[in-house]
Design a protein around this ligand. Structure first.
Ligand SMILES: [Zn+2]
Length: 92
């Protein structure tokens, strides 16, 4: 998990998860109040990791509901593991 560059406090998992919603909200350090935003590379990586499996899975002939369920589970796995690999930068 990422830490604040100023005070070294670890960022909260749920706060990082919430930052993925609604046009990437900034994460605020709970100790010193510094604001961090996802880097553009992390935003792209996150989008690619959600969309790319769908592109490959759409080639396979499955029942519609099973296909939707697999896409949903894949997207949820990416979203819930993302706080461990995304990078943040200080908000300007
Ligand atoms: Zn801090």
């Amino acid at each position: 998990m990422k830490s604040c560059a100023a005070c070294d406090k670890r960022m909260d998992y749920t706060q990082i998860l919430k930052s993925f919603s609604w046009y990437y909200k900034p994460v605020t350090c709970m100790r010193c109040g510094k604001h961090y935003v996802l880097t553009n590379v992390s935003r792209c990586l996150l989008s690619i990791m959600i969309v790319l499996p769908m592109v490959f899975l759409i080639q396979v002939e499955w029942e519609f509901l099973i296909e939707i369920l697999i896409h949903l589970i894949g997207a949820l796995i990416v979203i819930f593991t993302a706080p461990f690999f995304v990078a943040f930068k200080e908000k300007e």
